[in-house]
Design a protein around this ligand. Sequence first.
Ligand SMILES: *Cc1c(COP(=O)(O)O)cnc(C)c1O
Length: 500
Amino acid sequence: MYISTRGKDNNFGAAEAIVAGIAADGGLFVPTIVPKVTTEWLANLTNLDYGKRAFNILSLFLPDYSDAELGLCIEAAYTAAKFDDPKIAPLVSIGDDKFVLELWHGPTSAFKDMALQILPQLLSKALKKTNEKAEIVILTATSGDTGKAALEGFADVDQIKIIVFYPDKGVSPIQRMQMVTQAGSNVSVVAVRGNFDDAQTGVKNIFNNIEFNTDLAVQGFQLSSANSINWGRLAPQIVYYFSAYADMVRDGHLQLGQPVNFVVPTGNFGNILAGYYAKIMGLPIGKLICASNSNNVLTEFLQTGVYNRKRPFHKTVSPSMDILISSNLERLLYYITEGDTLQVKSFMAELNDSGQYNVGEDYLTAIQQIFWADYVDDNETLQTIKTIYDECNYLTDPHTAVAWQVGDRYRQQTGDHTTQIIVSTASPFKFNESVLTAIGDSNNLEGKNEFEILQQLSELSGCPVPSALAALENEPIRHEMVCDKEDMSVIIKQILKNSK
Ligand SMILES: *Cc1c(COP(=O)(O)O)cnc(C)c1O
């Protein structure tokens, strides 16, 4: 069963928690009991493929899904048609004690696919199981990666529509192309005149507009969100931590039971929190190393116990981590306080009222037994991409480079040389300009279009352009709507009316 981190909503089934997304008291759903696994159970994973590993792990958290239902969800999500590597989340060796877990072989070339390929399947089944008759409308404001991954995942899924708003000047050319060419009978993409905050504020206002939502309900529609606070997005991310470990053991890089450290480029704290679940389930993880860019709110929190969102917002070369409120941290607080929901609620109220909270010495000590944190600025990020390319002949995107550098600092500062797995969250091709600039090949970018730049990166790296990115060049533009931020709700009504 699932309960809210703030204590009010109790005893939801997994399907109900996935349909609800967020608890009515504003908290996040957490499982009342985190399942524990044994060494034999772990050993058994080594011989399975990714889909079967996913089945073994997800079935522990989703007992209200039948084996057949869960099997269908997994089959639809992690297929060769969607992922360009049959291993789904391959592990690359960079030496004896450093490995990279590549989570970007899905259709949008970023790690969001790992969860957003399966969340729509889980949600669609959950609607049937909870007897929900309304048509669900997923509303998303995106700064780039999430929007496209959600579109890919939700396209043509039964009983669900998706509408994505993106800032017309706020996404990269590749990201825009990925979205405006999206196919699917149930998808809409709209550019908002403004920046990401305008689009996101617009969406938040629409969620909170009771009159608007009542109006939609009369027409048989219910709004929902695909963001990373949904349990159906978090649970699938636990799988790749186990999968990486199983690969390490199978290939003889680790003895079963030997610890490994993960370094995770972090924004909303969803990815690294999935690692925390893996650890408390019994996966032998030593430290979870939290890597941030100049938006270093998490670094400060994990080092001092003070979470303070009152700070300047930096636009960086690792934009998917440009975030000041890491929503999933609330789930960690729930576990660190040993389920003290009143305490969690009061931290969250402080954050809301004064922009900060302090967890104090005891909780900080408990947190630091598991987490370590540091951050890297843009200059150093680009420098790191170059160093890795020169020394290891491996090409990383800026987010992964942030993690790599923080992982190195961890070793220098702590002397802990436990094997590290760097969690790689985006293909270097997705951030091609930063990567070419970093490895010193930016002077001949001028006058080139996006596809010529991708080609240049491919030649330089010897890696093929991901096929979904290469194919964009020949895709027709399917979405040309543009609106002012004041008109987002009008546009939604128009889209839904036309879809009837
Ligand atoms: C979303 C994202 C992140 C941050 O992940 P969180 O789960 O929000 O911490 C890091 N890198 C990339 C490329 C992303 O798209």
